[in-house]
Design a protein around this ligand. Structure first.
Ligand code: FAD
Ligand code: NAD
Length: 467
């Protein structure tokens, strides 16, 4: 039987990054993945394919609606080749997952393909179509991720009533896509299909989309996406989803208990994801799973069984690839005897619509609720020369800082490339910068980043230079 210092179950961004870090630290490491490709949700049916389709559909939308204003005339009709777009997405996924094979090989991590399940606290049985194997490991990291969740009365048939997984591989552009849930997945994939010509209706239970982000961001993104033609049904509770042949009927009730009936050809259910522990047999190792289905962990991401750890979507916290990665590194270093730390307040959140939406730290709602006295500085993208040059004038940067110390407490952005700009805010907050610190740093001109400096100037002393 093969024996390891560490065995990792699941090869998503949590698992594969943990494997690399364990190997770097000199541990004999194995990784177990039930699918034939590595990379988990993120690389196969999550972050990477959704961004490939967002980028492709963005090019199409530019060609259809914006080339002309830049003085680019395309003789003849612009035609969508959706099959090719999906094939390209798959090629990007294939290339990226092969990259993980390379990384495992380079770091001498043993890869086992098959379903991993606990025999006891130090033994894992790996079952594949070909064979059943057993390995022994001193330490085990559970990184089994998550799966789409649904509502009790909905049958996901994977053809017309679908999750993100199917929405990333459709064979046609829907005529009318009804999206249940105005969160990250619903908005990103809703925008993809809107750009490709579908009518898109988003039904959201709360009174605003992306309800966990700053309300100014919800407002701005709603405004822009409405302009793009997306219809929103906010404060609507879905009560039934019925499919008859190629037609899907979604019934919802609004705040006044009025029934709204929507008919479309596809319904995307994007109401969140659930931790995935099916078939893991965690109970054989004595590992506790809480009532939400998450593996229970302490601050060191250690389960109630001292040699077993858990990371990523299968434990508490934001379901984000970069959060899972940080946790993978943390656990590897803890097993190696180091004392690493993650500041969960500084894990940024991004929605990759266009304009993009990015956040770090506390929202204005959270500061109000906590009774923290704060200052707010905001700067509109439309006042930037760079934004006018590219034509991306929607959005803003908002900086919230402590009223007494001026320490930056939260940064919230909507606009072009803010997914990349948020890193500046994370860096500043990691070093506990004040708004004035950011305001006094030189930002290259002309860039979208100048909005960060200008918002910091606004927060410091209401002294933005360009509004
Ligand atoms: P996962 O990536 O889910 O990986 C878990 C792996 O474990 C899977 O491969 C699974 O097959 C395997 N597994 C499970 N059980 C077993 C078992 N018993 N034996 C063997 N293998 C097993 N996050 C971002 O930060 N940015 C984004 O842009 C983003 N976009 C997304 C878009 C979509 C459409 C979706 C669905 C998600 C997106 N996410 C994004 C979320 C991100 O994908 C997850 O947070 C991330 O993948 C979690 O990583 P993980 O390692 O915890 O688990
Ligand atoms: P989400 O939690 O982002 O959004 C779910 C939305 O559905 C919420 O707005 C919620 O209020 C709404 N909702 C819940 N129940 C409802 C109901 N009965 N009727 C109508 N609306 C309802 O979840 P998601 O969009 O499914 O994404 C799942 C996870 O994947 C998220 O945790 C997210 O972090 C991750 N993800 C991240 C990215 C990214 O980082 N860019 C992209 C995609 C997915």
């Amino acid at each position: 039987m093969n024996t390891y210092d560490v065995a990792i179950i699941g090869s998503g961004p949590g698992g594969y990054v943990a494997a690399i870090r364990c190997a770097q630290l000199g541990m004999k490491t194995a990784i177990i993945e039930k699918y034939s490709t590595l990379g988990g949700t993120c690389l196969n049916v999550g972050c990477i394919p959704s961004k490939a389709l967002l980028d492709s559909s963005h090019h199409y939308e530019d060609a259809m609606n914006h080339f002309e204003e830049h003085g680019i005339d395309i003789p003849g009709e612009i035609k969508l080749n959706f099959k090719k777009m999906i094939e390209r997405k798959q090629a990007v996924v294939d290339q990226t997952t092969k990259g993980i094979d390379f990384l495992m090989n380079k770091n001498k991590v043993d890869v086992y393909q098959g379903m991993g399940s606990f025999k006891d606290a130090t033994h894992i049985v790996i079952t594949s179509e070909k064979e059943t194997q057993e390995i022994n490991a001193k330490n085990i990291i559970i990184a089994t991720g998550s799966k789409p969740s649904s509502l009790p009365f909905i049958t996901i048939d994977k053809e017309r009533v679908i999750t993100s997984t199917e929405a990333l591989s459709l064979s046609e552009v829907p005529k009318h896509l009804i999206v249940i849930g105005g969160g990250v997945i619903g908005l990103e994939l809703g925008q993809v299909y809107r750009r490709l010509g579908a009518e898109v209706s988003v039904v959201e239970y709360m009174d605003r989309i992306i309800p966990t982000m700053d309300s100014a961001q919800s407002k701005e993104l709603t405004k822009v996406m409405k302009k793009q033609g997306v219809k929103f049904y906010l404060s609507h509770k879905v009560s039934a989803v019925d499919r008859k042949k190629n037609e899907v009927t979604v019934t919802a009730t609004d705040k006044k208990e009025q029934e709204v009936v929507l008919k479309g050809d596809y319904c995307l259910v994007s109401v969140g994801r659930r931790p995935y522990t099916d078939g893991l047999n965690a109970e054989n190792a004595g590992v506790k799973v809480n009532e939400r289905g998450q593996i229970e962990v302490n601050d060191h991401l250690q389960t109630n069984v001292s040699n077993i750890y858990a990371i990523g979507d299968v434990i508490r916290g934001a379901m984000l690839a970069h959060k899972a990665e940080e946790e993978g590194v943390l656990v590897a270093e803890i097993i190696a005897g180091q004392k690493p730390h993650i500041d969960y307040n500084l894990i940024p959140g991004v929605v990759y619509t266009w304009p993009e939406v990015a956040s770090v730290g506390k929202t204005e709602e959270q500061l109000k609720e906590a009774g923290v006295a704060y200052k707010s500085g905001q700067f509109p993208m439309r006042a930037l020369g760079r934004a006018r040059a590219s034509g991306d004038t929607d959005g803003f940067v908002k900086i919230l800082s402590d009223a007494t110390t001026d320490e930056v407490l939260g940064v919230h952005m909507v606009g072009a490339r803010v997914a990349d700009l948020i890193t500046e805010a994370v860096t500043a907050m990691e070093f506990r910068a004040s708004a004035e610190d950011i305001a006094r740093m030189s930002h290259a001109h002309p860039t979208y980043g100048e909005a960060v400096k200008e918002a910091a100037l606004a927060a410091t002393d209401n002294r933005s230079l360009h509004v």
